[in-house]
Every structure is written in structure tokens, then in C-alpha cells.
Design a protein. Structure first.
Length: 347
């Protein structure tokens, strides 16, 4: 696994928009404030040509132009790290236009984004054998003030943070809108972690500890990649089978049946061989139940058969705050009651 250099003081932060850009509110004002905050921290900035674009379908521009921007800015010596402008819908369509051989040969560089950006953070690990960060997109850094999760994400880029913990509260309903673009996370809900080994609840257990190489992202995107020519998952998990895999997963558009179908599909494709544990983020449809199925049973129907720890309702993904996840690194996880801690080992 290749690990990029950390962002140094006075370094250059690059921004690209391979999914949605920041052309409309509240994202435009938030992105502009994020730039201001980075400049105040004495960093240089480099903006890709698509950052404020909105002429694409589900992405900032045409797939060809989005792929060209991402390839050029990743391989450029003029920026030190890349942060994606946003998530979106059809980043998958840029993949056939990426110069993957050039990306594999390039000096490794930290790339951060989540949701639709799974299309790159996942391929960085599984195809390019390069670590990436599953974390907030650019506009989130414009909030006033920064939440601890945003601080952790930025410090993951600088190397100041190499372990994360869950946050005390999470946001169920955002107050950020076009009139209030700089609103911080509206955290009102208490964190409640649910832990299992297999299908057995671990409430009251003193401590769970496990480790493995971190792989995953947004399930909506992952099952879309599954079985395509961009799916090198089996090769990756075989290469790192001695470490075992910790899957981190979260869902955006998938309802509880969509989650169950996705888990079934990944299992049937052999993705869960050598699994050491599952880290599951709160789904966007938090609390949903359909025909007696909820998000817990949707995941446990498959994950529970593996006999490994399954930790659910974590700060990963679409219901913020989110812990930055170093995709491809070794995660050393410790769970005790409602406390979660994970250290990243870069080897």
C-alpha cells in the first residue's frame, strides 16, 4: 500500500469537481469561506476548472472533462493534496475516461471526499494500491465554526490525526441552506453505538478489539462498481488476506431493502472473504422500517453470518459528523460500550 506525503505548512491544497461542483448556494458561499479559512492558515490554493461548473448531468461537467481535471490535478506537482468539491450522482461515468495507468504511476497524493467520491477513493485503494481519505468535501470546511469532525478531517491531511473517536452527538436535520450557507452541523441526537459479534448483541461486553485493512465507502456506489472492469476487489482482498479486511459501509439513497440487497450482492461476489469486522454508518434513512425490516437486520442478515464484530450507527457518511477514514490503511479498532476508537496504521 502506498501512502502519500502529508500536507506541510504553507503547502498547496487543490480542489477538483469529479462529481458535483460548488456553483450554487449554499455550496458556493461555503466553498468560498473554506478557501478564506485555508488562506488564513497560510496554505496556497489551486482550483480546478470544474469547481464552479454545473453544466454536467449529476456531475459538474462532461465525464470527459471531469476525468481530465481529476487526472491532471492528481498528477500535477503544483498541488500537494486534493479535496473534492462535492458528492453527486454519476461520477461513475468518468471512470472510463480516467488515465488509470498514469494515476498508478504518479507520486501518491491524498485525495479526500465521500459519497459519490467512493468511485475514486475505492479505486485508489483497489486498483492503484494507494491510500485515500473518505471524509468531508470542500464546502464543509466553510462552516463557522469548524466541528471536531472537520478538524479531524483536515488534520488527517496534515498527519496530526492518526486516530479517531466517535463524536458525542450527530445531526438529524441540517440548518444549512441558501440563506445560511455557513451553518455548522446541527448536532442534536445522542450517539448510541450498537455492537454485535455475529448476530449476538455485545451490550454489556467490556471491550471489543479487532484490526484489519480498511475498505469500503458508500454502498450505493460500491454495488454499482461490482462486476465491472473497475472491480478489482477480489485481487485486493487476496493480496491483503493476512491482514484481513474491515469493511466500512454506509448508505445514501438505499432503503432498508436496498441495503439488504447490497449486502447480499457483495457477499455473493466474494467481497467478504477474509473479513475481520464491519463498521456501519448511520444510513440516510435512519430509523426506517419496512415490512418488519430495519437497518440492523438488513446488515446482520449477511454480516452476522461471518461471526465477526459488527459495529453500527457509527459516525461515517451522510448523517454528520463523520470520522475521516483512511482507506487502505490498517485500522485498529477498540469499542467499549458507547465509546469507539480507531487508530490508523500506515503499513
Amino acid at each position: 500500500m502506498r501512502y502519500p506525503k502529508y500536507l506541510e505548512p504553507g503547502g498547496t491544497i487543490g480542489f477538483v469537481a469529479p462529481s458535483f461542483g460548488c456553483g450554487i448556494e449554499p455550496y458556493r458561499s461555503a466553498f468560498e469561506n473554506a478557501q478564506k479559512k485555508f488562506v488564513e492558515k497560510s496554505y496556497q490554493l489551486q482550483l480546478g476548472p470544474n469547481c464552479y461548473e454545473g453544466s454536467g448531468v449529476g456531475i459538474s461537467n462532461t465525464p470527459e472533462k471531469c476525468a481530465a481535471e481529476l487526472t491532471e490535478y492528481y498528477c500535477s506537482n503544483e498541488n500537494d493534496v486534493l479535496i473534492s468539491c462535492g458528492g453527486g450522482e454519476l461520477m461513475c461515468e468518468i471512470l472510463g475516461h480516467l488515465d488509470l495507468e498514469r494515476l498508478k504511476a504518479a507520486e501518491p497524493k491524498w485525495y479526500m471526499g465521500y459519497s459519490d467520491n467512493t468511485n475514486f477513493t475505492y479505486l485508489q485503494a483497489t486498483i492503484c494500491d494507494t491510500a485515500a481519505i473518505y471524509g468531508p468535501c470542500a464546502a464543509a470546511f466553510g462552516m463557522e465554526p469548524w466541528h471536531k469532525g472537520i478538524e479531524d478531517a483536515f488534520c488527517a491531511l496534515t498527519g496530526e490525526v492518526k486516530n479517531v473517536r466517535g463524536y458525542d452527538k450527530w445531526e438529524k436535520e441540517s440548518l444549512k441552506d441558501a440563506e445560511h450557507p455557513l451553518e455548522p452541523y446541527h448536532v442534536t441526537e445522542e450517539r448510541v453505538i450498537r455492537s454485535f459479534v455475529g448476530t449476538e448483541s455485545c451490550e454489556g461486553t467490556d471491550k471489543l478489539q479487532f484490526s484489519g485493512r480498511l475498505l469500503g465507502g458508500c454502498m450505493d456506489c460500491l454495488v454499482n462498481l461490482l462486476g465491472t472492469r473497475f472491480d478489482h476487489t477480489k485481487e485486493f482482498i487476496e493480496k491483503y488476506k493476512e491482514d484481513g479486511i474491515i469493511w466500512f459501509l454506509e448508505a445514501c439513497d438505499l432503503n432498508v431493502f436496498g441495503i439488504r440487497r447490497a449486502m447480499w450482492q457483495m457477499e455473493q461476489a466474494g467481497w467478504f472473504e477474509h473479513v475481520k469486522g464491519f463498521l456501519i454508518g448511520r444510513p440516510m434513512y435512519y430509523g426506517q422500517e419496512m415490512m418488519g425490516l430495519d437497518a440492523y437486520s438488513a446488515v446482520l442478515e449477511v454480516a452476522g453470518r461471518k461471526g465477526v464484530p459488527v459495529i453500527m450507527d457509527l459516525d461515517i457518511g451522510h448523517l454528520p459528523p463523520m470520522m475521516p477514514i483512511v482507506v487502505g490503511s490498517i485500522g485498529e479498532v477498540e469499542v467499549c460500550g458507547n465509546d469507539f476508537r480507531m487508530e490508523y496504521i500506515l503499513k
